[in-house]
Design a protein around this ligand. Structure first.
Ligand code: SF4
Length: 544
């Protein structure tokens, strides 16, 4: 595995081999990137040249295989001040895996806009003055025309250092959470082009296993995309609505069935037979999505039943480059602040059209948009009103008051309120354990965190790597053996998962961040503080 460290300030590119021991013990992707993040100076200023962003692929990403075109980005989050991490699918991950560079670490700050070209085992830094000011879609289009390859890019939100700016790829795929787009913006890196000329690898046996035993169990995801889960979450009273005042919503006009009215076609990451992406179109916008999380963030959370406005806000957020989960929460919190008379802007629930315009204002930091661009934790500090976040990250679409394990997962996820580090909502919603009890949640969350720390190091799609549908530790070990030639035992992989997860927390702790506390609103009904404390206590005992 090869590493490129690029200082965009000096234009210095340093190439090296990743030590064999790290390859073996940290696998790739998240594992390698997290170790590299630990090398940045302690307490580095969030948007300073000292911060770094590391893009990394793992051993499976050169395979032509369902679920295998994924990559990871790790950085110090401009939103939370802690461990920032995000994964993206599409075509760029497979392309990067064929460039001969497996990890790309970007440091420094350029004095003018630049983009990077990763090709043939090296990296070139090129001027991007002509791209600065374009949105992410326009940037990608221009670079694909000029350079070919696969492009990841920031929009104006990243340039304007919106703290939850994302990095966009192929319009609908994002490194969404925690503000990686602002890190690139602070370094004046507009985009990265991957041009791979290596050979794609194939393993027919594993492909057959996926085709016969895994993918058939994902038919709802194939048919409806991620919104297929909305009815179940809502039925379980776990769908946050009206900025966390309630846990259910009248979903009929925004659910998977309602989306059919705007449906154009399905979409897939490179070579993936699941094809969970769905393109929607209105007269004004075409977008990949909205994903379930966006239907929540611009829909139920804002008391908004206007699906057309959700699609259009989604398209604009993708184009300008912002994480819809954080953005929807910032808008929801602004509604609360407006109702309390804490801000001058008049905002209320159910004002779909207004939110579309607000998306633009946030990206350009105009008027009240400048406040929202700071994210909920900073809005809280500035106004003295408690918002909903855990360790600075705004929560996704799973209400801990209806799924207790999610409360623990939000606390122990190294990037703050995140449903993906453990995916604890899945076994809870499937009835594998009592979702309204603390019993067994600590063990479940720990086991899944370790599992996904390994999966994110492969880097493989968690929609397929799902123990509930039959792809568990043994299959991950098999995939690793196929891709690296090395045999891993399940217990060994569990230790590796624990180690990688602990490294992410090592980064947080040196930055002064501990397991998160939940805002008081999340204890108003359902979940009791003693339930949360019990789960956290048991979890700490298990982690040692
Ligand atoms: S399941 Fe969906 S997100 Fe995962 S690789 Fe396939 S198309 Fe991409």
């Amino acid at each position: 595995m090869s590493l490129a460290i690029v200082d965009v300030g000096s234009r210095n590119v340093k190439l090296s081999r990743i030590p064999e021991k790290d390859e073996r013990e940290l696998i790739g992707g998240k594992g390698i990137a997290t170790k590299l993040l630990l090398s940045i100076p302690e307490k580095a200023d969030l948007l300073s040249p000292e911060n770094a962003i590391i893009f990394a692929v793992g051993p499976v990403n050169s395979f032509r295989l369902s679920g295998a075109s994924r990559m990871t980005a790790v950085f110090k989050s401009p939103l939370t001040g802690g461990y920032g991490e995000s994964q993206c699918g599409g075509f760029a991950p497979h392309e990067m895996a064929l460039t001969g560079i497996n990890a790309l670490m970007i440091t420094g700050r350029s004095d003018r806009p630049v983009y990077l070209v990763v090709e043939d085992g090296s990296v070139e830094v090129k001027p991007a003055d002509h791209l600065w000011g374009l949105d992410a879609f326009e940037t990608e289009e221009a670079l694909r025309k000029d350079e070919g390859g696969e492009v990841i890019a920031i929009g104006q939100a990243g340039e304007n250092l919106v703290r939850f700016a994302c990095i966009t790829h192929r319009r609908g795929r994002q490194f969404g959470r925690a503000g990686g787009g602002a890190v690139l913006g602070s370094k004046r890196v507009k985009a990265i082009v991957f041009k791979g000329d290596g050979e794609s690898r194939i393993d027919r046996e594993f492909e057959e296993f996926l085709d016969e035993q895994v993918i058939p169990k994902l038919s709802a995801l194939q048919e409806y995309g991620t919104p297929n889960i909305m009815w179940l979450v809502n039925k379980s009273k776990s769908l946050p609505s009206y900025y966390w005042e309630k846990s259910e919503f009248d979903i009929e006009s925004i659910d998977a069935e309602a989306m059919l009215k705007y449906f154009v076609r399905r979409n897939a990451c490179y070579s993936c037979k699941v094809a969970c992406g769905r393109i929607s179109r209105t007269e004004r916008a075409e977008v990949e999505g909205p994903e379930y999380e966006t239907l929540y963030a611009f829909g139920s959370l804002l008391g908004n039943s206007n699906l057309k406005s959700i699609i259009e806000a989604n398209e604009l957020a993708d184009r300008l480059g912002m994480d819809t989960i954080s953005l929807g929460n910032a808008i929801g919190f602004a509604i609360t602040l407006s109702r309390l008379g804490k801000i001058d802007e008049r905002l209320d629930f159910g004002e779909g059209e207004k939110y579309v315009e607000l998306v633009r204002k946030v990206a350009f930091r105009e008027g009240v948009g400048n406040l929202l661009a700071e994210g909920v934790a900073r809005m809280e500090k500035l106004t003295g009103v408690e918002g909903v976040h855990v360790n600075g990250l705004e929560p996704p679409a799973y209400d801990p008051r209806g799924i207790f394990g999610v409360a623990l997962a939000y606390s122990t996820s190294p990037r703050g309120a995140c449903h993906m580090r453990s995916c604890a909502y899945r076994p809870n919603l499937a009835g594998q354990l009592n979702r309204l009890s603390p019993e067994g949640q600590a063990q479940l969350v720990k086991e899944l965190e370790d599992f996904y720390a390994v999966v994110d190091s492969l880097v493989y799609c968690r929609f397929l790597a799902l123990p509930q549908i039959g792809m568990g530790w043994e299959d991950v070990a098999r995939l690793l053996e196929i891709s690296t030639g090395r045999k891993y035992g399940v217990e060994q992989l569990k230790r590796i998962g624990h180690m990688i997860h602990s490294m992410a927390w090592e980064f947080n702790r040196r930055e002064g961040i501990e397991y998160g506390r939940l805002p008081s609103k999340l204890f108003e009904y359902g979940l009791r503080r003693e339930d949360f404390e019990r789960m956290l206590g048991e979890y700490v005992g298990l982690r040692g």
